[in-house]
Write a protein that binds this ligand. Structure first.
Ligand code: ATP
Ligand code: MG
Length: 557
């Protein structure tokens, strides 16, 4: 991989860290990436991963992978495993072992007792609906819960019995005792613990029926791990006072600082895990790793390299302002990578047979062709040439539009890496469709310009006798509009019905025989493609990674 990365661009978080190190506030920094294992990671998570692991890397600190597994209903071991695989694939390392917020359940419980003893938490018997009514609004203060002034002893007793499973789900919560009149709703006696029965947690099994909320468990987990900079997305800005309240009021070993940045929003994409889960569950896509999805697993299957995703994350930068990133930026990151690294091959996606009538039927030439036009180090391969070839149907026009430079009746075209041919005759089937072409080749034009005439067009081809049958899957954007579901419409109505096209009768040059899933190539004149895990030894399956040029800008906007 040609990965001579530029030094990371500076941003406001780097500046905070530099200042903290310069002032000896911290000797070493510790960050963390805290996914909830309730779905696969997506490109937005990659931004957070590259930021958190990247900061640790460049400042000589560490970054923890910590599963925020406090909501067992939607969590699953499948997601834990996919998240580990994706972070590793992106090129990051979290050391000895992953951490789980559930590792700290006992400690979190202990700190809750500390809060109760300090008069800073109480057991509340309001149900969810009553609690909402008491909470107030943005313009009106809330009202104190009637259970707010329970004695410490009663709170301790009830909390222990909540843990012991004596009370039904939803009947009681543990709440912080802060300020029901606070202008910040997050500080109006927020819930710290809720009861959940009948779920088996993927890490702790049935040991607990009491689960901490994110707002309570997150700051304390950070503190227990010695996290110095707890970086999260902007929607948590209003939660920061509660974050600080938690680490100030329990005897944790350190006081991490929460810093918010703006999340990645990408055009033509939905990124919320709820929606991605729906797309999978409803069969709108083939699975979490359907190459049209914005998940890391899908991008990998699509042929994106880890380096290109890291590069994209560097290019978009880190700020506090909301933004919508153009999809073409992601595409140009992978295109730049593959332009340099992908070997070239010829593949005919919509085959049309051409018979070269002046070329002997028993003759086969081996043409030596370079694997990369700009990188001699990538070597050469031989490509067989014979009397019968396939060209792409789109490279022939019986009735050419103006400016058409490829093959037309009576016209000439150069076969890439080979000869110039002239189309003499069309052979049609009973329905009037073109079955094959008859052409003659000019033997004098191998690696040479034809004498006394100009041939502008160059098309690719594959020998009929040597080609390998293959399936190619073409992809377009999953959604037709830049912000699916904008204006309150159902995002599903913005799905692009033509987002996947299967071409089942493609023919590849024989050098692609035995290709392994994950191997990527440029199919000349078509784009970048990668072999899919669905490939079988006799029949490769290729996914379109990205086209050769950014054609979207012109045709779709
Ligand atoms: P969603 O909102 O899609 O359901 P989430 O933010 O709840 O996802 P988590 O698993 O909690 O998903 O996310 C783990 C980390 O990744 C969090 O620190 C979160 O801030 C960050 N993250 C999630 N989505 C994005 C995004 N689009 N851009 C940047 N960071 C993100
Ligand atoms: Mg979350």
């Amino acid at each position: 991989m040609t990965d001579v990365a530029d030094p990371p661009r500076t941003n406001f978080i780097r500046q905070i860290i530099e200042a903290d190190l310069a002032s000896d506030k911290h000797e070493r920094i510790v960050t963390r990436f805290p996914p909830e294992p309730n779905g696969y990671l997506h490109i937005g998570h990659a931004k957070s991963i590259v930021l958190n692991f990247g900061l640790a890397e460049s400042f000589g600190g560490t970054c923890n992978l910590r599963f925020d597994d406090t909501n067992p209903h939607k969590e699953d071991l499948e997601f834990v495993e996919s998240i580990e695989a994706d972070v590793r694939w992106l090129g990051f390392d979290w050391g000895d072992r992953p951490f789980f917020a559930s590792d700290y359940f006992e400690q979190l419980y202990g700190y809750a007792i500390e809060l109760i003893e300090k008069g800073l938490a109480f057991v509340c018997d309001l149900d969810a609906e009553e609690m909402r009514a008491y909470r107030g609004t943005l313009t009106e203060p809330g009202r104190d819960s009637p259970f707010r002034n329970r004695s410490v002893a009663e709170n301790l007793d009830l909390f222990a019995r909540m843990r012991a499973g004596e009370f039904p789900e939803g009947s009681r919560t543990l709440r912080a005792r802060i300020d029901m009149a606070s202008p910040n709703i997050n500080l109006r006696d927020p819930v710290l613990y809720r009861i959940k029965h009948g779920v088996v947690h993927h890490q702790t099994g049935t040991a607990w029926c009491l689960y901490p909320t994110y707002d309570y468990s997150h700051p304390i987990s950070d503190a227990l791990e010695g996290v110095t900079h707890s970086i999260c997305t902007l929607e948590f800005e209003d939660h920061r006072p509660l974050y600080d309240w938690c680490v100030e009021n329990v005897s944790v070993p350190c006081r991490p600082r929460q810093i918010e940045f703006s999340r990645l929003n990408l055009e033509y994409t939905v990124m919320s895990k709820r929606r991605l889960t729906e797309l999978v569950a409803e069969g709108q896509v083939e699975g979490w790793d359907d190459p049209r999805m914005p998940t890391i697993a899908a991008l990998r299957r699509r042929g994106y390299t880890a380096a290109s995703i890291r590069d994209f994350c560097e290019r978009i930068g880190v700020t506090k302002s909301d933004n919508l990133v153009e999809l073409s930026l992601l595409e140009s990151a992978i295109r730049d990578d593959l332009d340099a690294s992908a070997p070239r091959r010829m593949a005919v996606l919509r085959p049309l047979k051409v018979v070269l009538t002046n070329y002997p039927a028993d003759r086969v030439e081996s043409l030596e062709v370079r694997n990369h036009p700009k990188d001699e180090g990538m070597g050469v391969r031989s490509v067989p040439f014979g009397r019968e070839l396939y060209i792409d149907r789109q490279d022939f026009a019986e009735d050419p539009p103006k400016g058409f430079k490829r093959l037309v009746p009576g016209g000439e075209v150069r076969l890439r890496n080979a000869y110039v041919i002239r189309c003499d005759e069309l052979v049609k089937d009973a329905q009037g469709g073109i079955r094959e072409l008859r052409a003659t080749l000019d033997l004098d034009t191998l690696g040479r310009s034809p004498q006394g005439r100009k041939v502008k067009g160059v098309i690719h081809w594959v020998s009929v006798a040597h080609g390998i049958p293959a399936e190619v899957r073409l992809y377009e954007r999953l959604f037709r509009v830049p912000t699916p579901g904008a204006g309150g419409s159902d995002y599903r109505s913005d799905l692009n019905p033509g987002s996947r096209r299967l071409l089942e009768d493609c023919v590849l040059e024989p050098a692609l025989k035995g290709v392994q899933p994950g191997e990527g190539f440029q199919f000349e004149r078509e784009g970048y493609f990668v072999a899919d895990p669905d490939s079988t030894p006799g029949r490769p399956v290729f996914n379109l990674t990205v086209g050769l040029r950014d054609t979207w800008g012109k045709s779709q906007k």
